[in-house]
Design a protein around this ligand. Structure first.
Ligand code: AVI
Length: 333
C-alpha cells in the first residue's frame, strides 16, 4: 500500500498530519473480526475512542469515583516547575494525550518561567482530539508550537520528527490497557527509539483497596457502562455490523491474579449479529461475554521490571500521599 500521508492543518505554530490512512481499513476490519470470532471474544480497547467514546471518557475523568486523572494531575502540578526547569527546552512528545489537560500543566509552568518557546508533539489515534487540543493550546499559551500526528503510537512511533532531545510523556496509565508482555514490548520499542539523554515520563495506576478500584469502573451514574457499551457503536461503524447496545450488560471487576480491572459486555439473551465482514453471523448465548478492556494496576516491583526490560535508567518515581498513582521519570543513558 502506498498511501501519501495527508497534511490536514498548517497554520503558524500548528501543523497536524494524519498518518492513520497508512493503516488500511482492511487491517482494522481484519483485527476486529478476528477478535470477535476468537473463542474468547474481545474487541481491542483502542476502538473505544470514536467521537462519543472520547467524550464519555472525558466525562469519566471528571467522576468522583474515577481517582486516576485527578491524582495524576495533582502529581504533575507538583513536579511541573522542576521538570520544565530541567527539560523545558526539549521537544515534548505526548503519546495518546486525549485532551490537553495534562500538557497544559507543563505549559502553565513554562509560562510561569517566561519560557519563549516550547515545541509540543502530540500523537493520538483521534484526529478530533488533536485538532481540539491544538486549537485550545495555541489560544492559551503563546509559547507553544505544535506538530501533531493523528497516528497509532503502538506501530507508528517512528513518524515523529523530533528536532532536539525529547521528553516523552505517556500519562493516564494508558500503558495499563496493554497486556504486561505487550506493554514491555511497546516500552522496549520506545526505548530503542530514544536517544541518549532523552527523558520518559510514565503515569501508572497503582494497586489499591478493592472497593476503590471497583467503584472507579462501576460508577453510580453509569458513565463507564455507557462508555463500555459505546464500543459496539464504534465497531458497527467500522464493520457495518448491527450490535444493539441494549442487549448487553456492563461488567467490570478486579482480577487479582492478573492485577487488572477487566471490562466485559455480557449478552442479556441469546442474540445474533450480522456484518458483511463476517463469513458467518456471530451468534452469542445468554451470559456469553465480549472482553473489551484490561486496566492493569501496578506495584513498585512492576516499575523495577520495566527498568530491567527496557534498559532505561530510573531517575525518580513521584506519587501522591496515598500512593494511588505514580509518575516515573526514566532516562536513556
Ligand atoms: C484510558 N484508560 C487508562 C482508562 C483506564 O482506566 O483504563 C480507560 C477507562 N476504562 C474505563 N474507565 C476508564
Amino acid at each position: 500500500m502506498n498511501f501519501i500521508s495527508q497534511e490536514i492543518i498548517r497554520k503558524s505554530r500548528v501543523s497536524i498530519t494524519n498518518q492513520l490512512q497508512e493503516i488500511g481499513p482492511g487491517e482494522v476490519i481484519e483485527e476486529i473480526v478476528a477478535a470477535l470470532q476468537s473463542t474468547r471474544r474481545s474487541i481491542p480497547s483502542k476502538y473505544f475512542y470514536n467521537g462519543t467514546g472520547s467524550l464519555l471518557f472525558e466525562e469519566i475523568t471528571r467522576l468522583e469515583e474515577y481517582y486516576p486523572t485527578r491524582t495524576e494531575k495533582a502529581i504533575l502540578r507538583q513536579i511541573a516547575p522542576g521538570l520544565m526547569k530541567q527539560f523545558g527546552t526539549y521537544d515534548i512528545i505526548e503519546l495518546g494525550p486525549g485532551d490537553h489537560s495534562k500538557i497544559s500543566i507543563l505549559l502553565q509552568a513554562a509560562t510561569g518561567m517566561n519560557m519563549k518557546s516550547v515545541r509540543y508533539l502530540p500523537l493520538d489515534i483521534s484526529q478530533q482530539a488533536i485538532n481540539n487540543s491544538a486549537e485550545n493550546l495555541v489560544k492559551a499559551f503563546s509559547c507553544v508550537e505544535i506538530e501533531g500526528y493523528a497516528a497509532d503510537f503502538t506501530s507508528q512511533l517512528d513518524l515523529i520528527r523530533r528536532e532536539k532531545p525529547a521528553m516523552i510523556c505517556f500519562f493516564g496509565s494508558t500503558i495499563g490497557n496493554f497486556d504486561w508482555d505487550v506493554s514491555l514490548e511497546l516500552l522496549q520499542n520506545l526505548s530503542n527509539q530514544m536517544k541518549k539523554g532523552d527523558i520518559f515520563l510514565l503515569g501508572m495506576d497503582m494497586i489499591k483497596p478493592l472497593r476503590v478500584l471497583h467503584s472507579a469502573y462501576n460508577d453510580a451514574r453509569g458513565v463507564t457502562a455507557a462508555f463500555n457499551k459505546n464500543i459496539l457503536n464504534s465497531v458497527n461503524n467500522l464493520i457495518q455490523s448491527d450490535f444493539n447496545t441494549g442487549e448487553f450488560d456492563h461488567l467490570a471487576f478486579f482480577n487479582k491474579e492478573k492485577s487488572r480491572i477487566e471490562m466485559h459486555l455480557v449478552a442479556k439473551n441469546d442474540l445474533t449479529v450480522h456484518s458483511p465482514c463476517f463469513k458467518e453471523d456471530l451468534i452469542m448465548m445468554q451470559g456469553e461475554s465480549i472482553h473489551t478492556e484490561n486496566s492493569h494496576k501496578y506495584s513498585t516491583e512492576h516499575i523495577r521490571e520495566i527498568t530491567g526490560a527496557t534498559g532505561l535508567q530510573l531517575n525518580h518515581t513521584h506519587t501522591d500521599g496515598r500512593e494511588w498513582f505514580s509518575v516515573t521519570e526514566f532516562q536513556k543513558s
